[in-house]
Ligand binder design. Structure first.
Ligand code: OSB
Ligand code: MG
Length: 374
């Protein structure tokens, strides 16, 4: 497969409600859409999931776009790809910049899946010999709330909507204590806590208290990003599973974490690890190591969420993913289709490739963007 066109389109989506984490409040989501056209005429789309600021990932929309333009595109020019994994080989000498790689790779996987007349989910599944589920169990990641009563209400609504698992964001140790009380109010629900690095080893006693709650599955990224040693020290003392997110930027990080004993679970996001090729390697490794694995989210737009859903549909995950219904995210989304929650599940699109279509407005705007491959 040879690409004849690659174009970028920066966009900004407005969240229906601001999303509060230890990194601050997010109310709008900048994204860059990638359009790839193959010589055979097939169109593929990708979505760049870096944020405006380098607080969750080191990359930003701006740095990642620059890497795509000056590093990734020159390596693709004139190249013939036999399979999507070839993209990883062509860009293997670029250090880091996982979100930049994943964005372009997504569009290439979309094209290859279409060429094989398969949904992206079916196509991904072939590489690890599994068949995707058609309905995917999902959870919701709820932004932090200062008020106990408000958070209690938000949780109640999410459970009424049918979400199979609730993740609460924490901003500090005080909210950790609040979480203990909140979880006690919903003994039948399943919870995760995501600290986004806002805790320290000092919170071991509180975390031990949480470990006693039967409705808590894990605590995500409690400590400083990159400190796998301190996570290992904490995990050793804790019966509660630690799950790593920000710390894991590739297969080698999973190996290091497994070897040190830094966690018992991994939050997998293809965009954080450089794309699906690496994500599939991580799936295989976690199965060998008996590390729990589940699929996270990054407030993706419709294109990115379709890609994450394809990954989450593979029957290899231990918990419902952070992939909520379209209704929960943006005032207007990028795609014509809506992901609807029914019985706590979202239906996988059945069409080939990503299985969703970009709204006419964006197709039109892409037509005005230059072809960066020429
Ligand atoms: O830490 O998992 C995270 C969103 C953006 C960046 C990081 C994270 C998140 C979420 C939301 O938790 C998941 C989603 O609904 O997309
Ligand atoms: Mg997280």
């Amino acid at each position: 497969m040879k690409l004849s066109r690659l174009a970028l389109l920066p966009v900004k989506l407005q969240l229906k409600q601001p999303f509060a984490t230890s990194h601050g409040n997010t109310s709008s989501r900048p994204l860059t859409l990638i359009e790839a056209v193959a010589e055979n005429g097939l169109h593929g789309y990708g979505e760049l999931e870096a944020f405006a600021e380098p607080t969750y990932l080191a990359e930003t929309q701006l740095t990642a776009r620059w890497i795509i333009q000056t590093q990734i595109i020159p390596r693709l020019r004139g190249k013939n790809l036999r399979q999507p994994q070839d993209f990883s080989m062509l860009t293997a000498d670029i250090q880091g910049n996982q979100a930049a790689k994943a964005a372009v790779e997504m569009a290439i996987w979309d094209i290859f899946a279409q060429q094989h007349q398969l949904s992206l989910a079916e196509y991904l599944g072939q590489f690890i010999s599994v068949k995707p589920r058609t309905e995917i169990a999902v959870g919701i990641s709820l932004g932090a709330q200062a008020e106990f009563a408000v958070q209690q209400q938000v949780i109640q609504q999410a459970l009424a909507d049918g979400y199979q698992r609730i993740k609460l964001k924490l901003r500090n140790a005080t909210e950790l204590m609040q979480a203990i009380k909140l979880l006690q109010k919903f003994p039948q629900a399943k919870f995760m806590l995501d600290a986004n690095s806002c805790l320290s080893y000092q919170q071991l006693p509180q975390l031990q208290k949480l470990a006693a709650l039967p409705n808590l599955l894990l605590v995500e990224q409690p400590l400083r990003t990159t400190d796998l040693v301190e996570h290992a020290r904490l995990q050793q003392k804790l019966s509660l599973a630690i799950c790593l997110d920000e710390n894991i930027l590739g297969l080698d990080d999973v190996k290091t974490a497994a070897t040190l004993g830094s966690c018992r679970a991994i939050n997998l996001k293809a965009s954080r690890v450089g794309g699906f090729t690496v994500a599939l390697q991580i799936i295989k490794y976690c199965q060998q190591q008996q590390l729990k694995l589940w699929c996270g989210g990054m407030l993706e737009g419709g294109i990115g969420r379709a890609a994450s859903l394809a990954l989450a549909s593979l029957p290899v995950f231990d918990y419902p993913g952070d992939l909520s219904a379209s209704e929960r995210y943006y005032q207007t989304d990028l795609i014509n289709e809506r992901f609807i929650l029914k019985n706590g599940q979202i239906k996988l699109p059945q069409q080939t490739g990503l299985g969703v279509s970009l709204q006419a407005e964006y197709i039109k705007r892409f037509a005005d963007q230059p072809n960066l491959l020429v």
